[in-house]
Design a protein around this ligand. Structure first.
Ligand SMILES: Cc1ncc(C[n+]2csc(CCOP(=O)(O)OP(=O)(O)O)c2C)c(N)n1
Length: 805
């Protein structure tokens, strides 16, 4: 006999009982996980209890090749797709820094943040088509949404771009048949990125299956304060597609209704995968049996009736009752599954704890034996006490060991008396141990912020023909993008006005016509999801160049850059990457929101992303060429006032490469060094011409990239010669100019070579006022630079350089 699912009764029963097992194992994980936090073994717990059955239903339609972009409640889904074992869950909860134990993030993320590997150790993409893929979670609520759009958009791109349906790309996509699954809590749908993503997905008609787990609260705050009409599907009803207007398919179901959930996801996936239509599944009546997280209890904000309802409509309990009602199993069979689940989770927890603790205990033993050797010194009794204290800790952490080692080393100064020569060797051993441990911990906690591929791309000069021609800066970019698009079929360039008109500054003129709307295209005004679109595309092996129209509007995308893009390699310990190239323009034009240069903010927020600040368009084009050979995310800021300026016309478009982390000395000089970048270069050059008339010789250095910064310490060499330095930029005072100063004086040791105080010259604290005068009085200009440099010379030699004003 066949059931309506097409399975035999026995097969159906096995499937259902297997689902029940997963639900129980996941539930027990949540219950035991909470205890582990409350007893202090783990620091924070946020679990997926109450969402088990819905996630099992979703997992049934998630195929190899698909992608998830979800949040911290999705443990059951991850278990159901076979991407998370019970032991791995606990490894994450304890923060085990060994990636073999916690493949989600090597202990870097709080537990409950999930990921699967996308790349191998050399950075090559794995066979994603034959894997079930989860992009790495982040904690900011709705932070998973912008990336989700890109993961879904990639399917669309692979489907329509026949150049990518060739053997070089078959490991990345099967003609775009992959669906991107999103999950979010009901309260987080209040966030802007949710709405922006939903709207963009509807416009773009991408295969995005969005599930909302609706448990009625965001921590303690009920839907009443979160969502119009207290229902996200009601609020989104206008997104529902109709016969003649594309949009979303919107489906409703309940978190405790196993059968209806399975049916709903069957329906949803058909529409999504086959028609490439985005679908919203609003899963209502979801519970949260243990409250939001280990940070507090839900009795504080849920009334008795709600708590009772949550007990009655607990999804695992309801599933159990459904199984009994449908005579799929007996009480005895189900009891056994429940008991087995408890035992399996307990065993997994114990194994995870042992795996976490053992390497640390081994370190304790090593250090204790080094301490023993030192007990002969005149600090013997002190060291014995420290040793005993360390050995007495039942569940030590690495911090305990390091604190003890440092205390002991401090007690024994390196200049031990002759009597204590014997202790000297032992002290050496201990300090060697510390040195090695530092390296290991650096690898454990701080590695893989970058892949560093960009630093290894050899520079290539722009070449020029004999009949040297000139062209506008924007034409240089255009011709270089032309070369890029023809060389790399996996590149696509998009942003506001980037398509039909070829960009507001015409750097993409004619390229949509030449390469098609799928390669060069317009987007809505939605910087946050332009960034997310790029992240998702890059994670799937494509090479997006995402355009943010002006630097001033990068702020809308900065959260995504900072939380998601900048951290992806680090938070997966190198298992995922998103080599997005962000193209924007800024620094100087005449208008408040067309003149910003908030570089300090950007470099502080975006460690993990390269920040390129070219002074002209040839340099900018060279950065794009370098970055496309590397595999790291980067922001390139084209100088906004340089599009119509003439530059020499290169003959090797697409091939010349500007190196990262290599400053360029533009002009040599002997009295003062000016360190600057971007549009300030020309301001400095103007001042330098005038300073020459006063016999002041300036060395001008263009740093070219703020991140990475002067990797070979080129700039300090200039300070050795001039002994005076001015750091110039057009950020706020103490912004990126302070960073330049810290890098050169502290990191490069430049302070040793100064004969005068180091000076910074930046813009005013407010935004630049409008017009040419606004610019003159808000931003550093050639007169300001002249004065700053002249003052340095005046201080050194007032007779030769008398005060002017
Ligand atoms: C941007 C941001 N704001 C606040 C928080 C703190 N926070 C974490 S979870 C949460 C509630 C989320 O509720 P909901 O989206 O309904 O998901 P649930 O946890 O209920 O499944 C809040 C406010 C956060 N992580 N990110």
């Amino acid at each position: 006999m066949k059931t309506t699912t097409g399975l035999s009764f026995e097969e159906f029963k096995t499937t259902v009982l297997n689902d029940f097992r997963i639900a129980n194992e996941s539930r027990q994980t949540s219950l035991l996980g909470r205890k582990e936090v409350l007893t202090g073994k783990a620091k924070f717990g946020i679990f997926g209890d109450g969402k088990e059955v819905a996630q099992i239903a979703m997992a049934k339609v998630f195929k190899a090749g698909d992608f998830r972009s979800g949040y911290y409640r999705d443990q059951t889904f991850m278990m159901a797709i076979g991407a998370l074992t019970l032991e791995q869950y606990f490894a994450g909860l304890y923060g085990n820094p060994d990636i073999n134990h916690d493949p989600m993030s090597a202990g870097r993320q709080m537990g409950g943040h999930f990921a699967t590997p996308f790349i191998d150790e050399q950075g090559n993409f794995l066979d994603l088509v034959n894997r079930k893929n989860s992009s790495a979670d982040i904690s900011p609520t709705a932070g998973q949404m912008p990336r989700l759009l890109g993961l879904a958009y990639a399917s669309y791109f692979f489907r329509i771009n026949k150049d990518l349906q060739t053997k070089d790309f078959t490991h990345l996509s099967n003609k775009g048949n992959e669906v991107a699954f999103g999950t979010i809590g009901d309260a987080s749908t209040s966030e802007g990125p949710f709405w922006e993503t939903m709207n963009a997905a509807g416009v773009l008609q991408v295969p995005m299956l969005m599930s909302v787990w609706d448990d009625g609260h965001g921590i303690s705050v009920p839907k009443k304060y979160q969502t119009t009409k207290e229902s996200i599907s009601d609020a989104l009803a206008g997104f529902q597609r109709t016969k003649d207007k594309p949009g979303f398919e919107i489906l409703l179901t309940k978190g405790w209704d196993y059968a209806h959930l399975c049916e709903t996801y069957e329906k949803a996936i058909k529409v999504c995968r086959e028609e490439h239509v985005p679908v919203l599944v609003h899963v209502e009546e979801v519970t949260q049996p243990q409250g939001h997280s280990t940070s507090g209890s839900h009795e504080r904000y849920k009334d008795k009736a709600r708590l009772q309802w949550e007990t009655d409509f607990d999804c695992v309990k309801q599933m159990r009752e459904w199984i009994i009602q449908n005579a799929l199993a007996t009480e005895v069979e189900l009891n056994k599954i429940e008991e087995d689940a408890k035992a399996a989770v307990l065993a997994a927890k114990n194994a995870a704890w042992k795996a976490y603790l053992e390497p640390i205990k081994k370190e304790v033993t090593e250090v204790a034996s080094l301490f023993t050797e030192l007990e002969q010194s005149n600090k013997g009794s002190f060291i014995t006490a420290i040793k005993n204290e360390l050995l007495a800790i039942k569940e030590p952490i690495r911090k305990d060991i390091h604190v003890a080692v440092k205390k002991v080393l401090r007690s024994l100064t390196p200049n031990l008396s002759p009597k204590e020569r014997g202790a000297l060797d032992a002290r050496h051993k201990l300090s060697d141990w510390l040195g090695l441990a530092r390296i290991e911990n650096d690898e454990r906690y701080s590695s893989t912020l970058h892949s560093n591929t960009a630093l290894h791309i050899a520079p290539t000069n722009a070449e020029y023909g004999t009949d040297q021609k000139q062209m506008d800066g924007r034409e240089i970019l255009r011709d270089n993008f032309d070369a890029i698009l023809s060389k790399y079929p996996q590149t696509l360039i998009f942003g506001e006005d980037a398509g039909k008109i070829g960009g507001v500054n015409q750097g993409l003129e004619g390229l949509q016509k030449k390469y098609g709307e799928h390669r060069v295209f317009d987007t809505g005004i939605r910087e946050c999801t332009i960034m997310g679109q790029a992240i998702g595309l890059a994670m799937r092996g494509l090479r997006p160049i995402a355009e943010i129209q002006y630097l001033d509007y990068l702020l809308y995308a900065l959260q995504v850059m900072s939380d998601d893009l900048a951290t992806v390699q680090w938070r997966t310990k190198g298992r995922q990457k998103a080599p997005v190239i962000i193209r924007t323009r800024g620094h100087r034009l005449e208008g408040v929101w067309h003149s910003g240069s908030p570089m300090g903010m950007i470099i502080s927020a975006c460690r993990g992303i390269h920040i390129c600040v070219p002074r002209n368009m040839t340099k900018a084009a060279g950065f794009y060429n370098t970055l496309l050979e590397a595999d790291e995310p980067a922001l390139v800021i084209e100088p906004l006032n340089g599009y119509r300026l003439k530059e020499n016309q290169p003959t090797n478009f697409g091939a010349f490469k500007t190196p990262l982390g290599i400053p360029e000395t533009i002009q040599e000089g002997s009295d003062v060094t000016i360190v600057t970048y971007g549009s300030c270069i020309r301001v400095a050059q103007d001042a330098i011409r005038q300073l020459q008339e006063h016999n002041i010789s300036v060395e001008l250095i263009d740093v070219q990239t703020l991140l990475p910064f002067d990797i070979n310490h080129h700039i300090v060499e200039s300070l050795k010669k001039t002994n005076r330095v001015l750091f110039l930029d057009e950020d706020v005072p103490g912004g990126a100019s302070a960073y330049l100063m810290q890098q050169v004086l502290e990191v490069q040791g430049g302070y040793q070579f100064l004969d005068a105080e180091p000076v910074t010259l930046a813009a005013k604290e407010h935004r630049p006022a409008y017009g040419t005068d606004g610019d003159y009085f808000s931003k550093p200009n050639a007169d300001d630079v002249f004065d700053a440099v002249y003052n340095l010379m005046h201080e050194a030699n007032p007779a030769q350089y008398p005060a002017i004003y």
